[in-house]
Design a protein around this ligand. Sequence first.
Ligand SMILES: Cc1[nH+]cc(COP(=O)(O)O)c(CN[C@@H](CCC(=O)O)C(=O)O)c1O
Length: 306
Amino acid sequence: TRMKAGLIWFNGQLVPQEEAKVSVLTHALHYGTSVFEGIRAYETPKGPAVFRLDEHVERLFHSAKVMMMEIPFTPQAVREGILQVVRENGYKSCYIRPLAWMGAGSLGVNPLPNNPAEVMIAAWEWGTYLGDEAVRKGAKLVTSSWARFPANVFPGKAKIGGNYVNSALARIEAHHAGADEALLLDKEGYVAEGSGENIFFLRGGTLYAVEHGVNLMGITRDSVMTIARDLGYEVREVRATRDQLYMADEVFMVGTAAEVTPVSFLDRRPIGQGVAGEHTMRLRKAYLEAVQGQNPKYEAWLTYAG
Ligand SMILES: Cc1[nH+]cc(COP(=O)(O)O)c(CN[C@@H](CCC(=O)O)C(=O)O)c1O
């Protein structure tokens, strides 16, 4: 299916998506040397609002720093570009994908010194990441045969394009196993994260967030921990094994794209009653109210595009 991204912010100019093209000699196309963000804008009573925009822009520039990539725009210019793409495309809600990449300056593996990064910001309307079925009935997960990479192999705290070959391989394998998503363990066999989400589990009324370890420091994870504590849950950050997930009352995954997605099966074992967990769905509802501007407590997380 052809993505409908409409107008794209391309190196500082808004252009129709057909004109947003790069050379086949682009370094990032050959070596995965790009950095990106996944951000959502939601419809609110006061118009479309981008969720935790500043945290995402900050992470984009941190990812570039890890990659030794020089983004030739200020964070403020990228921030404005994100709001412009939402506004000029007239989206009420959308998924926003800023991407910065090593261009076609040189094709040696070392992209430096003469390869200034290029930047684009695209946005499109995207529904539930794993599908409505996975939200309603809970997603089915399988533990991947691909481990999450150790921190001295790939920098998993940065959203670098090349990191996502690990996620893609895990996701392909999960799909072939008839599952909705893959759970990746770290090299010691502890629970890391999903191919594109952070993991929580709930047991005896206490909520557990998998500690950062080698994982991406998810913004949704941070938001859900705050919301859960505000709802009165005790929230702990732990190192967990997959059998702790098997024994949990509830498991769920969080991410910008996935929002809050319940998990009903892991490795063919039902989690709790094998349905979307009650507390999970309560947290999902509270999260969606926050992002849709229906809870004034979280107003500071919203940047209105209008
Ligand atoms: C590996 C990984 N772990 C955790 C998260 C959650 O992070 P955050 O969005 O800040 O809460 C994401 C986001 N995955 C993004 C990309 C998905 C995709 O490319 O597909 C996303 O959710 O937008 C990851 O890619």
